[in-house]
Design a protein around this ligand. Structure first.
Ligand code: URA
Length: 440
């Protein structure tokens, strides 16, 4: 077998078999197939797509490149959740304790943020003392005792994805549905949960820019999950503007606690409840309506917040910090951005606001960059709100005034104030299961 022939077949839209895909992935991971041939293959996939069988084979080869987590030592159904990445997306911090408070175990592996999107592990790491690099024994012990734990992805889970993702990142092949689907699903299946809920983001700040594309991607991922014996559903949620009002690690933890305490921004609360209800539904806790009620009760009666504190404490975190705004006051500079016009907030580009927050110190441009946990943006106005010239639209948190000026330029380009009342799109666009596609 030769890599050349496999690339040629994909270029000419001829379906590949499992042996061919295996040859390519194994050869690339071992270093026998060079970057330039893999790049050509990835671009051929980007342009010509993959069949369901090819996608399943690719996922399996990626899975076989490393270890698989065996969660069978933990009793009961284990549910996992994955977001395709957004700005201000702190739902994992809210949804995980809600689901655990309803009696369903969540053993979750999460990632760090890169570029304009944040990562759950960075948000958790902003809590003093919080450990996320736990060994399996400790991870399992916490899930058994508390009902949930969120840790960083362990060393040898899907090494093929690490290598291929790095190459996709520099060859303009990230936004390919079969490549995204196999990348996400190989990691989720390797993580061992019985049920997987996917939060597929759509809009300006997401990989998928239209609902049609998001539905297509969801269908592929749900189908891969079913082929591997997992119960999978996808909820398609809006990412045209940031979720909630906080962007940046410590600010997002604080906002998550507000929602867990029964207040906080309505959009964040609604998306979190829908995700939690879908996770409970996958875990057979009743009809969807019953599951939604269960999730709502866990927020209203304080049991979800208690569960969150239990989890943080079990992972070494200092829970006393949730009560005040300890971290937020740690940012040396608080810088208000005021409205330059009167009217309605028409748009707030999520991707640009994510970039502005990264410039303030909250994110990484390169993997090795360090981050400032106290940095970020607190929005005081959201899409649809009326503003007058001089109103404070947002507060920037940073350690450097120069960074605030840079971020302000991006912010002002991303936010549009118009005299017309904008049409606000739905937060939850669709739900895709192996049986049906529901559009809202
Ligand atoms: N997230 C992933 O893990 N992989 C992708 O390809 C895209 C988003």
């Amino acid at each position: 077998m030769r890599a050349y022939d496999i690339i040629e077949k994909k270029r000419d839209k001829i379906e590949l078999d499992k042996d061919e895909i295996n040859f390519l992935i194994k050869g690339y991971v071992s270093g026998e197939i060079p970057d330039y041939q893999m790049s050509a293959f990835l671009m051929a996939v980007y342009l010509n797509g993959m069949t369901d069988d090819e996608c399943e084979a690719l996922t399996e080869c990626m899975l076989d490149s490393g270890d698989r987590m065996d969660l069978s030592a933990i009793d009961g159904i284990k549910v996992d959740k994955h977001s395709t990445g957004g700005v201000g997306d702190k739902t994992t911090l809210i949804v995980t304790p809600i689901v655990a408070a309803c009696g369903v175990k969540v053993a979750k592996m999460s990632g760090r943020g890169l570029g304009h999107t944040g990562g759950t592990i960075d948000k958790l790491a902003s809590i003093p003392g919080m450990k996320t690099n736990l060994d399996n024994e400790k991870f399992f012990e916490i899930v058994r005792k508390v009902g949930c734990s969120v840790v960083s992805q362990s060393g040898n889970l899907v090494p093929a994805d690490k290598k291929i993702y790095a190459l996709r990142d520099v060859t303009a092949t990230v936004e390919s549905k079969p490549l995204i689907a196999s990348s996400i699903m190989s990691k989720k299946i390797a993580s061992g949960a019985d049920c997987i809920l996917l939060d597929v983001k759509v809009g300006d700040g997401a990989f998928m820019k239209t609902s049609e594309d998001a539905v297509e991607l969801s269908k592929v991922m749900v189908s891969i999950g079913s082929r591997f014996g997992r119960k999978v559903a996808a909820v398609i949620t809006d990412m045209n503007s940031p979720l909630g009002e906080a962007i940046g690690n410590a600010l997002e933890v604080r906002e998550s606690c507000e929602v867990l305490k029964g207040s906080g921004p309505q959009d964040l609360k609604e998306v979190s409840l829908v995700l939690a209800a879908n996770m409970l539904y996958l875990a057979d806790k009743g009809t969807y309506e019953t599951c939604y009620k269960l999730a709502e009760n866990a927020l209203n009666n304080g049991s979800a917040f208690e569960k969150f504190k239990e989890m943080v404490k079990a992972q070494g975190g200092d829970i006393s910090s949730f009560e005040g705004d300890h971290y937020v006051s740690e940012a040396k500079i608080k810088y208000d951005v005021v409205a330059w016009d009167s009217g309605y907030i028409h748009s707030m580009g999520a991707e640009s606001l994510g970039k502005a927050s990264m410039i303030l110190g909250a994110g990484r441009e390169k993997k090795e960059d360090s981050i400032d946990y106290s940095a970020g943006i607190l929005l005081h106005k959201k899409i649809g709100e009326k503003v007058s010239t001089g109103d404070v639209l947002a507060t920037f948190y940073s350690s450097d005034e120069y960074k605030c000026h840079e971020a302000e330029k991006i912010f002002k380009e991303a936010v549009c104030i118009s005299e017309n009342i904008p049409k606000i799109g739905k937060l939850i666009k669709a739900r895709v299961t192996s049986e049906e596609i529901e559009k809202f």
